[in-house]
Design a binder for this molecule. Structure first.
Ligand code: AMP
Length: 212
C-alpha cells in the first residue's frame, strides 16, 4: 500500500503510522524524523534546515522533494510506504505524482484544543523518533526511551510560538491538499480522538477497502 497520512501537526500521524508498520508491512517514512535525525548529527542537511524546522516553517520544496524521491527509490519502499509529513504543499504533491502512484490518503481531523494538548505534552526520542506524551503515554523511566534508551526531549517546534506558526503554515500551505486528493478520489476522512485506541479504530476503518 502507498499511503499518505495528511493532517495538522498533533493529529497523531506519526503515532498511527508507527503502529501500522507491522500491519501493512511497509516502511514508515517521516520527513520530519529525517530532518531531525540530520539535525542531531549536524550533517550538511541538518545544518541547512535547523533554523527553519525549529521555527515551525517549512523546508523548501526542492530539498524536501529530492529527499523523498531518493528515499522512495530504496528497495524497502518498492512494495509501498506510509508517508508521514509529506507532501505538505501542492508543488510537493505534484512532484510526488511524477515519481510514485499514491494509493490512498488518510485525512485526519482533530480539534484545535486537542492539537494544543497533544503538542504541548509531546516528548520525542532523539534516537529512534518514538513519540511519548507527558500524560497519556509516559516512558517508563523519565527522559529515557522505552524502545532504544535514547534521550526523550521536547522538540523545539513543540514550544508555544512554533506551534502557532506550524498551525498557520498547515492552514495556508497543507490544507489545500485535502481538496487536491479529494478530487483524485483517493482521500478518506477520519477523526482523531484524544484516546489513542479510538483513533486507531477509526484509522483501521479508514483503511478498509470499501471506503474508496
Ligand atoms: P513533522 O515532524 O512532520 O511535524 O515535521 C517537523 C518539521 O520538519 C516541519 O515543521 C518542517 O519544518 C519540516 N518538514 C517536515 N516535512 C516537511 C515537508 N514535507 N516539507 C517541508 N518541511 C517539512
Amino acid at each position: 500500500m502507498k499511503l499518505i497520512m495528511l493532517g495538522p501537526p498533533g493529529a497523531g500521524k506519526g503515532t498511527l503510522a508507527a503502529k501500522s508498520v507491522n500491519i501493512l508491512n511497509v516502511p514508515h517514512i517521516s520527513t520530519g524524523t529525517i530532518f531531525r535525525t540530520a539535525m542531531s548529527s549536524n550533517s550538511p542537511l541538518g545544518l541547512k534546515v535547523k533554523a527553519i524546522v525549529e521555527s515551525g516553517r517549512l523546508v523548501d520544496d526542492q530539498t524536501t522533494i529530492e529527499l523523498v524521491r531518493e528515499r522512495l527509490a530504496q528497495e524497502d519502499a518498492q512494495k509501498g510506504y506510509i508517508l508521514d509529513g509529506f507532501p505538505r504543499t501542492i508543488p510537493q504533491a505534484e512532484a510526488l505524482a511524477g515519481f510514485s502512484a499514491v494509493g490512498k490518503v488518510v485525512n485526519i481531523s482533530i480539534s484545535d484544543s486537542d492539537i494544543l494538548e497533544r503538542l504541548g505534552g509531546r516528548r520525542v526520542c532523539r534516537k529512534c523518533g518514538h513519540n511519548f506524551h507527558v500524560v497519556y503515554d509516559k516512558p517508563a523511566r523519565e527522559g529515557i526511551c522505552d524502545h532504544c534508551d535514547g534521550e526523550v526531549y521536547t522538540r523545539d517546534d513543540d514550544k508555544d510560538e512554533a506551534i502557532q506558526k506550524r498551525l498557520e503554515v498547515y492552514r495556508a500551505q497543507t490544507a489545500p491538499l485535502i481538496q487536491f486528493y479529494r478530487e483524485k478520489g483517493i482521500l478518506v476522512d477520519m477523526n482523531a480522538m484524544i484516546k489513542f485506541e479510538d483513533t486507531m479504530e477509526n484509522f483501521k476503518n479508514a483503511l478498509a477497502p470499501r471506503r474508496v
